[in-house]
Design a protein around this ligand. Sequence first.
Ligand code: 531
Length: 357
Amino acid sequence: MPHLFEPFTLRGVTLRNRIGVSPMCEYSAEDGFPNDWHLVHLGSRAVGGAGLVITEATAVEARGRISPQDTGIWSDAHAEAWARIARFIAAHGAVPGIQLAHAGRKASTARPWDGGAGVADEDGGWEPIAPSALAFADDYRLPHALSRGDIADIQEAFVAAARRSLEAGFRWIELHAAHGYLAHQFLSPPANRREDEYGGSFDNRIRFLLETVRAVRAAWPEELPLTVRLSCTDWAEGGWTLPESVELSRRLKAEGVDLIDCSSGGAVPRAEIPVGAGYQVPFAEAVRREAGVATAAVGMIAEPMQADEIIRNGRADLVFLARELLRQPYWPLHAARVVHQKDRAPVPVQYARAFGG
Ligand code: 531
């Protein structure tokens, strides 16, 4: 069985180890442009030894931002700003990945440190769009329901964003279909009340994501991985379920998706989630085993031995870390020693003196 520091290959891309930097919103962009903060934030985690560094949720159109301070890639100028960051990540041995996203009805909200509620037009907000005209919660804005034409336009925006991601130097795409954002809103019955071919039955609710994947796959090079983040359960009565995630993963695999990043929650407010060490790992395990597709495990993974165990026991192909990498950008360099793989620690030459080199 492979371990945490074994390389991992998907299509023509090889990661130096099984550690990925999970997408993390920084709420620090202006007009969607990543800046020096994003360069240092993502760059230091590449220097820190991760095999894969994925950007925060990056909007495919301005309306798709969670907050006015989110990053985007809806113009060539945005792609140019990303290129410097992707280049730095790659120069330090990590594969640069981008999470392409649309927030749907969870768009136009304030940054968490400003309370997170809906932002009005006069304060720089906008009217969100969604499968159905249902607000996520009382303090969120009411979205307007997408027409068929709007749906096609958004899918085209995903394709254009994928093309720009390639131009910018990214080598890995994660489509965000989790955490209650647009694609997940189509999947989840509490958010999707449509009566056309995009709502109702399972086949109808997965249609938006499958069509988007098909279009992006056709525009994204054959030799590069296309991956999807799912919320494997809504943790809610009447919501999206794990068996649905397994079946969707099979269909996504058939469309050329290479890996499912297995998260959960976010479609409905106030869900009761049993958060604890590795609580989402069983989802990565089930999808990997039952859909026969590679998976990433994410959520409350912080200890090197815990991460190594997940890989060694074939519970997931990759582990994605978020908060622990905020605390310790160089976590992979330390983790290599803890799991007895000191010789595989991806230590930058500049730092060799600190790591016994
Ligand atoms: C936290 C979150 C996790 C799981 C369900 C809902 C929310 N994150 C999600 C982030 C944005 C900030 C909060 C994204 O997925 C973009």
